[in-house]
Design a protein around this ligand. Structure first.
Ligand SMILES: [Zn+2]
Length: 390
C-alpha cells in the first residue's frame, strides 16, 4: 500500500526541505516533494499543521534494566523478562523512537526482541544490540557475565557475543556508579588490552562502544580507537567533569570518535541549580569538545534508575539546554548524525527516498521548540502504522 502524507513541513534529519509531501510503500520512503507531484497513492493523509522528521534514535539504552529498580538488577524469569522488555520497546516506538542501540544486559533477550521486531511480530524500535559488555574481574556490571581478567578472556567474552549475533561490542573502560566496589574515575583496562578488544571486534566488522567516566579511561578508549565514547564524563579527583583535558579531547578528534553523553531527563536538576559547580564544569567540557568539532549523539542510558525507555523526547530539551545546542543541532544528534554514528546512514535517520519509512509527525515546529516532540501526532516505523494523526 502506498501512503501519501500532504501539507507537511518537512525537516529531513539535517535541514528544512522545500517540500510538503512524502510517500512511502513497503516500509520505505519512495518520494519526497510537492503534494501536486506525488499523486499516486492508495491512502492520503492530510497533515496540515504538522512537521515531519525522521524517527528518533536513542544511542544508549538497556532494555533489560527496570528503571524502577534502585540497585543491581534482580533475577526475573526469562518469559516475564521478555514480556517486560517488549512492553518497553512498544512504549519507545509509540513515543517516536524508531531506532535504539541497546548497550548491554546479561541474557541476550534484547537480541531475540530485535529479531522479532524486525520480523514485524512485535512493535518496537529497530534495535542494535551489544549483548554482554566486556568488563574486568568484579568490574562495572560484572553481574551481566562479561568479566575478563586479561585479553584472552576478553576475546572469549567477545566471541560469545558474536555467537549470539550481536551488532556491536560494548566495553566498560572505567568503573561505574551502578556497580558497588567499582570506581568511575578508574580505568578497567590498559591500552594494550583495549586495543586488542577493538582489533578483535574489527575482525568481525563490529564497532565498539566504550563506557568511560574517568579521564584516564577516556584517553585509553580513544587511543584504542573505539567507535563511540559513552558518557565521556571527565571524572577526576574533584568529581564529575572536574578533569577535562584538551589533549585527550584532541585524541578523540584525531580518531574521529563520536561522543554519546547520555543526558537524560533527570539532568534537569542540574539546570534547576544554575549556579552549581557541576553544571558549570559539564558545560565547560561540552563547549570545548563541540568547539573542537567532536560530534555528539543523543542518548539517555534508559533503564538505569529513574530513566524511562520512552523518555528520549523529554531528554532532548534538557540535552539542548546543558550542551547549549540549538533545536536543529539537537535534532540532528537524535536523527541523521546518530544514524551515521551507528553505521545506519543508508537505512534510517533521514527522510529521503530509499530509506526506511521511520517517520515522526509532531504538532507545530520542533525547530522552534523541542517540547513539540513530547506528544507526537503520528509515528511510522519501517512504514508500519504505530500512531496515526487524529
Ligand atoms: Zn549504560
Amino acid at each position: 500500500m502506498r501512503t501519501r502524507l500532504t501539507g507537511l513541513t518537512i525537516w529531513d534529519g539535517a535541514t528544512l526541505l522545500d517540500a510538503d509531501a512524502l510517500r512511502f510503500s513497503d516500509g520505505r520512503i519512495d518520494a519526497v516533494g510537492a503534494s501536486a507531484d506525488l499523486s499516486e497513492a492508495d491512502r492520503t493523509i492530510d497533515c496540515r499543521g504538522l512537521t515531519a522528521l525522521p524517527g528518533l534514535i536513542d544511542a544508549h539504552v538497556h532494555l533489560e534494566l527496570d528503571p524502577d529498580e534502585q540497585h543491581a538488577p534482580t533475577a526475573v524469569a526469562r518469559s516475564e523478562q521478555f514480556t517486560r522488555m517488549a512492553e518497553r520497546a512498544r512504549a519507545m516506538v509509540h513515543a517516536g523512537i524508531t531506532t535504539a542501540r541497546d548497550l548491554g544486559g546479561g541474557t541476550w533477550l534484547e537480541v531475540e526482541l530485535r529479531d522479532r521486531i524486525a520480523a514485524r511480530e512485535l512493535a518496537g524500535p529497530r534495535l542494535i544490540c551489544s549483548g554482554q559488555p566486556i568488563t574486568c574481574s568484579r568490574g562495572h556490571c560484572h553481574f551481566w557475565g562479561g568479566e575478563a581478567a586479561n585479553l584472552a578472556e576478553a576475546r572469549a567474552v567477545l566471541e560469545r557475543q558474536v555467537a549470539k549475533h550481536v551488532d556491536l561490542i560494548k566495553v566498560m573502560a572505567t568503573g561505574g556508579r551502578l556497580t558497588r566496589g567499582t570506581d568511575p574515575q578508574k580505568p578497567q583496562f590498559d591500552v594494550a588490552t583495549l586495543t586488542g578488544i577493538v582489533d578483535a571486534a574489527r575482525s568481525h566488522r563490529l564497532p565498539v562502544a566504550a563506557h568511560c567516566h574517568g579521564t584516564e579511561g577516556i584517553r585509553i578508549a580513544a587511543t584504542a580507537g573505539v567507535t563511540t565514547i559513552e558518557h565521556c564524563s571527565w571524572v577526576g579527583q574533584a568529581g564529575w567533569a572536574s578533569d577535562y583535558r584538551a589533549e585527550v579531547a584532541e585524541l578523540i578528534v584525531e580518531k574521529a570518535i563520536w561522543v554519546s553523553p547520555t543526558v537524560n531527563r533527570g539532568w534537569q536538576r542540574m539546570l534547576d541549580n544554575p549556579s552549581g559547580d557541576v553544571l558549570r564544569r559539564v558545560r565547560h567540557a561540552y563547549r570545548q569538545m563541540l568547539g573542537m568539532g567532536i560530534p555528539f549523539i543523543a542518548s539517555t542510558d534508559a533503564g538505569i534508575p529513574g530513566v524511562f525507555h520512552h523518555h528520549l523526547p523529554h531528554a532532548l530539551g534538557v540535552f539542548a539546554a546543558i550542551a547549549e545546542l540549538t533545536p536543529e543541532q539537537t535534532l540532528r544528534a537524535g536523527t541523521g548524525d546518530a544514524a551515521r554514528a551507528l553505521g545506519l546512514e543508508s537505512v534510517t535517520g533521514r527522510l529521503a527516498p530509499g530509506l526506511a519509512a521511520d517517520i515522526l509527525l509532531v504538532h507545530g515546529n520542533p525547530l522552534d521548540n523541542l517540547a513539540a516532540l513530547i506528544e507526537p501526532a503520528a509515528v511510522w516505523a519501517r512504514g508500519q502504522d504505530i500512531r496515526l494523526p487524529n
